[in-house]
Design a protein around this ligand. Structure first.
Ligand code: SAM
Length: 263
């Protein structure tokens, strides 16, 4: 598996509504007239599967993921699931819509991966992707800093967590020569989080997990406390106690048909 950490569905879904909103927004831009096969790549706990099925009632919707714990939750919704590493996944038959929300940033070599995914599409097919673009934020920067300072540092040195997502122009140069239509856009969500240290709790369910996996269990509480302390000044609570987390996300739809997504 290409660097996929342990996934804890209940920690990830503490902020399920916030994490689902970009999937809803991406589905809203999908204009395929009548897909037969739709795949959610990196479907996780399967939250987008019912939305894809509702958007495309005639389609067979399948979730693909590498985490058995996430897939078990996805399968409990009654959807077909496949356990596979996205890096080497190939569908048995060509797919009309490949959808991927917040998953491909975990994989390396997008210059190889994205064209390969396009080759899995049937004529007129669409590749629709959303990835967080948070590399230059305190939340991400202080993960790297905290990981490098402390007794856990030797055990987490070299750990691969989410990869920096390149600027839209990189995907334009990569994909535009390959498709007749490419839509690219960026949205910055301002999530309203409740509870103590919610930004630490948010990333504990995603990009902190590879560090937690790599360090001895007894160091994990101190590592999380050190990260929470480091980010607290950057994410102060509002007057009512709510913490705002600005979260930038890159979206793209690469379409094999010219009249693709609608605004
Ligand atoms: C942040 S979660 C997103 C889940 C879901 N798409 C959603 O929006 O809620 C990322 C998912 O990608 C999966 N993933 C990451 N790297 C993977 C890989 N190389 N192969 C298969 N699945 C992978 C993880 O198992 C995880 O379920």
């Amino acid at each position: 598996m290409s660097g996929n950490p342990t996934w804890n569905p209940s920690q990830y879904l503490r902020f399920g509504a916030e994490r689902l909103q970009p999937a809803i927004d991406l589905i809203g831009r999908l204009s395929h007239p009548a897909p037969k096969r739709v795949v959610d790549l990196g479907c996780g706990a399967g939250n987008a599967l019912p939305l894809l099925a509702a958007r495309f009632p005639g389609a067979e919707v399948t979730g693909v993921d590498g985490s058995p714990d996430m897939l078990a939750k996805a399968a409990s919704g009654g959807f077909g699931t496949v356990q596979a590493d996205i890096a080497s996944w190939e569908p048995a038959e060509k797919v009309d819509v490949i959808f991927s929300n917040a998953a491909l940033q975990w994989l390396p070599d997008h210059a190889l991966l994205f064209p390969r995914l396009l080759s899995c599409l049937a004529p007129g097919g669409m590749l629709a992707v959303q990835m967080p673009a948070m590399d230059d934020t305190p939340a991400r920067r202080l993960q790297l800093e905290t990981a490098g300072q402390g007794p856990w540092a030797p055990s987490v040195a070299g750990v691969a967590t989410v990869r920096p997502v390149p600027v839209p122009g990189v995907y334009y140069d990569l994909l535009r020569p390959l498709v007749p239509r490419l839509d690219l856009w960026v949205t910055e969500y301002v999530h309203q989080l409740q509870g103590a240290d919610p930004v630490m709790q948010w990333f504990k369910g995603s990009s902190l997990q590879p560090y937690l996996d790599a360090m001895p269990q007894e160091m994990r509480p101190d590592f999380l406390a050190a990260y929470a302390e480091a980010i607290r000044p950057h994410y102060p609570p509002q007057t009512d106690g709510v913490t705002l987390l600005s979260f930038r996300r890159l979206f793209l739809i690469a379409s094999l048909q010219e009249q693709a997504s609608s605004y």
